[in-house]
Write a protein that binds this ligand. Structure first.
Ligand SMILES: [Zn+2]
Ligand SMILES: [Zn+2]
Length: 136
């Protein structure tokens, strides 16, 4: 996610808005996919050699339930803030890595489609949310 900071005045909040696909930010994992773009809004502020980002990130997840292995949709909107040191001649900086680090920090570890998901039968693998299996 490249940002041109050449016109950023010191201590001025610059409005920022961006849509990024999850692949370009390398946000997808085995269990965590996205249904659409990651929307990012907020502001950036430069203070000589530091760039401060205060953003809100909208994450349209498609998760795989760790109990029943079904995919389900889950939307999350969360604030992301970070500082980034800028080198003297950096006019275009890539915030992708900073964002990624912040976002994956609180990925759901064991996502469940619902608190009372019954999961799969350990014997036959039937999805018990869809009814009882034939195991005794
Ligand atoms: Zn489930
Ligand atoms: Zn069964």
């Amino acid at each position: 996610m490249k940002v041109d900071i050449s016109n950023f005045a010191d201590d001025e909040n610059i409005e920022f808005k961006s849509s990024n696909n999850a692949q370009s930010l390398d946000l997808e994992t085995q269990d965590i996919k996205f249904r659409g773009d990651i929307e990012i809004v907020g502001f950036l502020r430069r203070n000589s050699d530091v760039l401060f980002a205060s953003l809100k990130v909208f994450l349209p997840f498609r998760l795989t339930c760790s109990r029943c292995l079904s995919d389900y949709d889950f939307d999350l909107e969360r604030p992301v803030e970070f500082d980034r040191v800028i080198a003297k001649n950096d006019f275009i900086i890539d915030l992708g890595q900073d964002l990624r680090t912040e976002i994956i920090l609180d990925y759901p570890a064991n996502p469940v489609c619902s608190e009372d998901c019954k999961g799969l039968c350990v014997n036959c693998g039937e999805n018990l949310n869809e009814g009882k299996c034939k195991c005794k």
